[in-house]
Write a protein that binds this ligand. Structure first.
Ligand code: NAP
Length: 325
């Protein structure tokens, strides 16, 4: 089969398309024929070799994907050849068998049924983005119906997922983006108020939209740029969840004190089994019922994985980038 392999750490050109032997499922393992693989910023961090998680070389990148089960090993229950599934969670990725390939060797805990109304591309958009969005909003910030959330960076994978989950739960959603096209997509997926984070006075628009009260929750994709001004945008008892951060930032902690505000970190790698089960149950119900409609902004052939990694680090996000084997 064909797979993207990384033999040395470095820039996007370390991603090479190669022929490697087909995986065979051992006991408790499942082989999925990958129809689409989701590209996440974390995939691009990992091949640099400077990220907190450093996979052993060589490895195939990719945490997320969707496809059909090809074969199951001994002792596997609840899955059969031909089932449509989405792949989510580290599983074998950490030991070198990711989703950027024709076939992926998975453990049952990585696989979930893909509702019939979702395409394979949409299935590949679920794992990291939707799990992160749910985790940030409901398990970290405790967002409740009737509250106001600012999705700071609403046009990308995690952002649009956050907009959809928050809208479905009855929150008022303020979404920020850097392009008109991205913001129009945010509106179509449940954004109530749209602001452009490239315009100089966009934070005034956010304050005005809340009648001066501030927002209850911020899901933050770029804390290294925004954390200090986020604190000034919060209502009393407000919460900022730091989802994305690419550098150091200085804050005025007094802004948090005066509001009894909380800054909450999160990484998906820390989610326990029980919380993860809650996340996937919500995700599958939302997908089957139509509340969730993942946006696939760009599809590229598997061979263009390095191009996909360049795009994922550029501004102008529009939902998800997926690789199609
Ligand atoms: P993505 O699809 O590339 O989207 C990036 C988002 O950030 C876009 O909406 C982009 O908006 C926005 N953005 C760019 N500059 C911004 C600014 N100055 N202020 C606010 N937003 C800005 O990436 P993603 O998959 O959604 O991930 C978002 C971030 O979260 C990444 O840094 C990623 O590494 C991180 N992440 C963390 C976890 C975790 O477990 N903590 C999990 C998943 C992702 P425009 O392009 O429209 O300007």
């Amino acid at each position: 089969m064909r797979a993207i392999r990384v033999h040395q750490f470095g820039g996007p050109d370390v991603l090479k398309l190669e022929e490697i032997p087909d995986p065979k499922p051992g006991a408790g393992e499942i082989v999925v024929r990958v129809r689409a693989a989701g590209v996440n910023p974390v995939d691009a961090y990992m091949h640099t070799g400077t990220y907190a998680r450093k996979p052993p070389l060589p490895y195939t990148p990719g945490f997320d994907g969707a496809g059909e089960i090809e074969s199951v090993g001994a002792d596997v229950k609840g899955f059969a050849a031909g089932d449509r599934v989405y792949i989510a969670g580290p599983g074998n990725t950490v030991s070198g068998a990711g989703t950027y390939a024709d076939k992926a060797l998975c453990s049952p805990s990585q696989l979930h049924p893909l509702p019939a109304r979702a395409s394979f591309g949409q299935g590949a958009a679920l794992g990291v983005p939707y799990c992160t969005a749910y985790r940030a909003l409901f398990q970290r910030a405790g967002a409740r119906p009737g509250e106001v959330v600012l999705v700071h960076g609403a046009t990308g994978g995690v952002g649009l997922a956050s907009v959809e989950f928050a809208h479905a739960r009855g929150l008022t959603v303020i979404g920020s983006g850097g392009t008109d096209k991205g913001l129009a997509t945010v509106r179509d997926h449940g954004g109530d108020v749209l602001v452009n984070h490239k315009s100089p006075a966009y934070t005034d628009e956010i304050v005005r939209a809340t009648g001066g009260r501030g927002v209850d929750v911020i899901v933050e994709m770029a804390a290294h740029v925004n954390l200090d001004r986020d604190l000034g945008l919060l209502a009393k008892h407000g919460r900022v969840v730091v989802v994305g951060n690419r550098g150091r930032v200085e804050i005025d902690a007094r802004q948090a004190m005066g509001r009894d505000a909380a800054i909450l970190g999160m990484t998906l790698f820390n989610v326990n089994e029980r919380d993860m089960a809650e996340i996937h149950a919500a995700l599958i119900a939302g997908l089957a019922g139509g509340a969730l409609n993942p946006v696939v902004g760009r599809e590229l052939p598997l061979a263009d994985a390095s191009k996909a990694h360049e795009h994922i680090m550029e501004p102008g996000a529009l939902g998800k980038i997926v690789l199609v084997p």
